[in-house]
Write a protein that binds this ligand. Sequence first.
Ligand code: HEM
Length: 408
Amino acid sequence: MDGLNRRDALKASGILGALGALAIVSPARAEPWTWSPQGSVAGSGSGADPMTVWDPEADDLVAGLIDRGEVPRVNELLRTWTRNGQPLPDGLPSDLRDFMEYARQLPQWTDRAKLGTAIEFNKKRGLYLGVLYGFASGMMSTVIPKEARAVYYSKGGQDLKDRISKTAKLGYDIGSNNAYGPDGEMVVTCVKTRLVHAAVRHLLPQSPHWVHSAEEDIPISQNDIMVTWHSLPTTVMKHLTAWKVPIPPHESEAFLHSWQVAAHMLGVRDEYIPNSWPEANSQAAQVLDPIIAATPEGARLADRLLGLGANIDFAVLSKPVLGSFTRFLLGDKIADGLSIPREPVWDPLLRFSWGPFIAVREGLLTAVPPAADAYWLLDEFLRKAALIYLAELRMPISIELPTMNRDM
Ligand code: HEM
């Protein structure tokens, strides 16, 4: 019996969850993996399909912590570890401490000057970045089927608002002053997230709900991480370029660099991290574009995301307006898949006025009435939409290792 059939049989008999997924072979990708490691920051590599690679160093370690019941104590200790330059707290299990000391090191190809420029870029373009991380990347994550299912059936799926805040934290940390410096928080966020992902790899195969809906046997492969990665910087840069926001090449490179370092710190092998925007775009065309699809789990996550504006109570951020913005950013196919209704006023407004509005904001065009009124409305929208995303960060956020799946 091949891996897939055996898995189907196990699914039918409900044994798979109890057994865990260790011995089971993942289904192959539809198209062979052809992206060359020559286009990576490593410049070479084995060329192994990243769909068959996870994070063995972290995975074995964290599975052990969960099985030995050590996670609650570890979470408590790690709550105090918030700054990159801070020593690890005393009392951590020694294997975890060793791993974290190793995992917190920035890659040797880190370019501090580029990271400095990235901070400038983030400051300058914070408004656009906030809106794009929230609504282009955030909504896109709901139509990445494997991610949507993993998030929905994991513990975090229970409290989606909390889950969204925590993911927003990473977008915030990477853009903040000193992101990777000793008083920044990005290294801490990445190392903790790497551990959380390892926990999810151990736990989700024990969820009958996940097992019944997922195609893969073990979640969050290196391929999956790069898919999500492309929903972040690659997608954000694609929109900024489409909006014709003027970005000098050294800023665009620096922004990419800050995300290359993030991928490394999340445990992605250097041979899968693109070394340039053209390489990133070519990898995204292979791993992200073909897999985008709506799922029932993703549609529920999207609905929650579109409802976030209601907490802030600005009419310009009502669910229909955010839905229309999603349609504008991600296209009709995705919007229809997520059952986002068409909006007779906002859909055409965004389609025809967003480009000129950005040109006016950037000083490339002068607004003339009556278009100026529409631009005022769009400006209001832009600033408030970025706020929703930031509002999710008001509370101190602590990324913690889960010990169980969602309680369905
Ligand atoms: C947790 C970011 C890729 C599924 C997290 C957390 C962050 C994060 C910041 C911690 C938040 C929390 O504890 O809820 C990222 C980034 C990624 C990435 C930046 C890629 C660049 C993925 C992928 C999947 C995934 C590919 C699934 C296919 C999850 C799940 C959790 C999680 C299930 C745990 C939620 C919980 O139960 O607490 N991720 N992630 N992530 N991530 Fe990711």
